[in-house]
Design a protein around this ligand. Structure first.
Ligand SMILES: NC(=O)c1ccc[n+]([C@@H]2O[C@H](COP(=O)([O-])OP(=O)(O)OC[C@H]3O[C@@H](n4cnc5c(N)ncnc54)[C@H](O)[C@@H]3O)[C@@H](O)[C@H]2O)c1
Length: 403
């Protein structure tokens, strides 16, 4: 056990928990979260997010007691960074976590932020809070770093250990220290960025690149749909070129790709540049749910089905395939859109317990109910087992099917 650092991870969600467990294999560690239920379940070695399996070891203390943090000398912050209803960055949780750390801060401590930031959040927003409340001076009495998290929920191929970690620090010596710290836990290695702002920006670029490319596919899909051309057939043909970028059309929800572009958009606007491509990509991707609703209704009318009182089955509710994370899922927009047309909506998702709401059913096939339309909204592996015959059996009249 390395005695040099005592590590406190602040926020034990999808990002913080695996990190705290990984550090506890090398250092004495504290996992702090304000959610008492979360602490209680983690103390029983249970991750209610269903993301990781672990056995709590003796080197880690899960706690919601602030005084337990007092002996840490490295703080790693992994609290959420959502957007406000008007899509501007909501930094309240990061600000309150910084205030809390400031109250515990000792000379020579290092604070590393892992939450997704726009360039400047660490040094222009968090550091002033840390300095003001602690009375200590940045880069003289305490130090900072930024190391973005790049894991993706539900991706079992690339876990924390398998993804190169970008690191950065507030001066050369601290950057090296932070880089060496992460080298202990990341098998794939690290990439030391030249500055905190570069590390902050790199994370946003990764997610914006996906958002823009998916928006392109969504726009093409809507165009081809109008022309009566099958987009998936077009993409299969186009994919045969060696340098084709294999993005697919679909819903963009969740807490990363659908949120992070707004962070850079906001920063860019304040710096005097309005990023029109980023804006339109967000608009296109946000429009997909209503496109699906309108398309479903159109197909039903073509089959002589009215929407009033019709039964619609939606397969999949999480924000992406093969995971249980339903934060900011755009399937909810489809559900609400259909309900506004007086449809009765049932949802089956193998990752969500039917007790979550009475809309949810435990199996799509063993019900007496027949559906006027069936929408596959999320590409969970399980759904690939179903055939068109299976869907026809639970269809009322001609099958109306969207995937
Ligand atoms: N989930 C991902 O796959 C992922 C990937 C890359 C980056 N990120 C980024 O990482 C950050 C965290 O995301 P997440 O998915 O782990 O969030 P999460 O909602 O799963 O977990 C955050 C945890 O922080 C706790 N918390 C909130 N305020 C706190 C405070 N002041 N002190 C202590 N605990 C506090 C919450 O109770 C919660 O348990 C976000 O900025 C997100 O954008 C997430």
């Amino acid at each position: 056990m390395d005695k040099e650092y005592k590590i406190a991870v602040i926020g034990l969600g999808y990002v913080g928990l695996p990190l705290a467990i990984a550090f506890s294999e090398h250092f004495e560690s504290i996992g702090y979260d304000i959610n008492v239920d979360r602490i209680n379940t983690l103390n029983n070695s249970v991750d209610t997010n269903g993301d990781i399996q672990f056995i709590k070891n003796d080197n880690i203390l899960f706690t919601n007691n602030l005084s337990d943090l007092s002996y840490a000398n490295i703080y790693i912050v992994t609290v959420p960074t959502p957007v406000n209803p008007n899509n501007t960055p909501d930094l309240t949780l990061i600000e309150s976590a910084s205030s809390m750390i400031a109250d515990m801060l000792n000379k020579d401590d290092i604070i590393i932020y892992e939450s997704t930031f726009f360039p400047g959040v660490t040094e222009d927003i968090c550091v002033p809070i840390l300095e003001k409340r602690s009375g200590l001076r940045y880069n003289k009495d305490f130090y900072c770093g930024y190391s973005p998290e790049r894991i993706s929920p539900g991706d079992n191929q690339y876990r924390l250990n398998d993804i190169v970690k970008i690191t950065s620090g507030s001066n050369t010596e601290i950057a090296n220290k932070i880089d060496n710290l992460y080298k202990k836990i990341i098998k794939a290695g690290t990439y030391k960025a030249p500055s905190i702002q570069v590390a902050e920006s790199a994370k946003l670029v990764e997610n914006i690149q996906r958002d823009v490319n998916i928006a392109l596919m969504n726009e093409l899909a809507m165009m081809f749909d109008n022309m009566g051309i099958d987009t998936l057939q077009v993409l299969s043909a186009a994919r045969t070129k060696w340098n084709f970028l294999d993005f697919k059309p679909g819903l963009v929800g969740g807490h990363c790709i659908g949120v992070d572009p707004y962070y850079l958009i906001s920063k860019s606007e304040k710096s005097g540049y309005k990023p029109s491509l980023l804006y339109s990509s967000r608009e296109i991707n946000n429009h997909v749910a209503s496109f699906i609703v309108n398309k479903t209704i159109k197909l039903m009318y073509e089959e002589g089905k009215s929407t009033e009182g019709s039964n619609i089955l939606i397969l999949g509710y999480t924000f992406k395939e093969n995971c249980s994370d339903k934060r900011n899922s755009k399937v909810r927009d489809i559900e609400m859109g259909l309900k506004s047309h007086s449809c009765i909506v049932k949802i089956f998702d193998p990752y969500i317990s039917p007790s979550a709401s009475n809309n949810f059913i435990s199996t799509p096939f063993e019900q007496d109910i027949k559906y006027d339309a069936i929408i596959v909204a999320v590409a969970h592996n399980e759904f690939f087992k179903y055939s068109i015959d299976d869907f026809s059996r639970i269809s009322r009249g001609n099958l109306v099917f969207l995937d």
